[in-house]
Design a protein around this ligand. Structure first.
Ligand code: DX5
Ligand code: ZN
Length: 217
């Protein structure tokens, strides 16, 4: 039997004036996660929302929330997102932090870890964390904005990580984020992705969330 691909709608492209309703709508439409993109204007050139907003919308879904922290100091802020109701904490390998200590702290708090790698970053930067994280997220655009085009050169990275997982019999799920549509979904699924984060492609189709989510699987 083919594996069931999981879909994680990114709220970055949702209607911010109705964020709670948007969360409820993608939940009813069959999503598997809610993806919450946190940007601080330093790690990426854009600012989004913080833990208070996550806390305000948490009650609109029973799904796990992923806090994708595109911030310079995840070690200072991850706890606030966890306390607000995030279930998975996403930390970039590019951040200058003691990743292994932060990972242990997140696990001690009973939360899951997603280690994230940007398109220009060498793949070997993720290797030390493959046996420590529940998810490995391969960015398929440069983070900071929704609606960008998929970067094709990230595909070998997904394939390589899937290959290592198989050879070493590791248990993490492979997630991808950025530029996902029906065409690129097919490419990343073939490469070994398990979870597809999609923002603009889902939220631009008001009233058809179920159809789009099913179509991406
Ligand atoms: C990009 C974010 C993504 C973004 C994806 O910095 O991490 O989660 O919302 O948006 P799309 O699917 O529109 O590329
Ligand atoms: Zn994201």
């Amino acid at each position: 039997m083919e594996k069931r691909i999981k879909i994680s709608p990114s709220l970055l492209s949702a209607d911010f004036s109705r964020l709670g309703e948007e969360v409820a709508a993608v939940t009813q439409a069959g999503a598997d996660f809610i993806h919450f993109d946190v940007m601080d204007g330093h790690f990426v050139p854009n600012i989004t929302f913080g833990p208070m907003v996550l806390g305000a919308i948490r009650g609109f879904s029973v799904l796990p929330f992923e806090a994708h922290l595109m911030i310079l100091h995840p070690e200072k802020y991850w706890r606030q997102f966890a306390q607000a109701g995030a279930d998975v904490i996403g930390i970039h390998v590019e951040c200058e932090v003691d990743h292994k200590t932060v990972i242990k702290e997140i696990h001690n708090a009973g939360k899951q870890v997603c280690m994230v790698i940007n398109p220009p970053t060498d793949i070997d930067k993720i290797y030390p964390f493959l046996d420590m994280a529940e998810q490995i997220l391969v960015m398929t655009v440069n983070p900071g904005f929704g609606g960008q085009s998929f970067i094709e050169s990230t595909v070998p990275k997904i394939e390589k990580i899937a290959d290592i997982r198989e050879k070493k019999n590791l248990g993490f799920e492979i997630s991808v984020d950025g530029g996902i549509n029906y065409e690129t979904a097919r490419i990343v699924k073939n490469a070994g992705a398990d979870i597809l984060v999609a923002g603009s492609f889902i939220f631009s189709k008001k009233g058809s969330y179920r159809k789009v989510i099913e179509g991406l699987r």
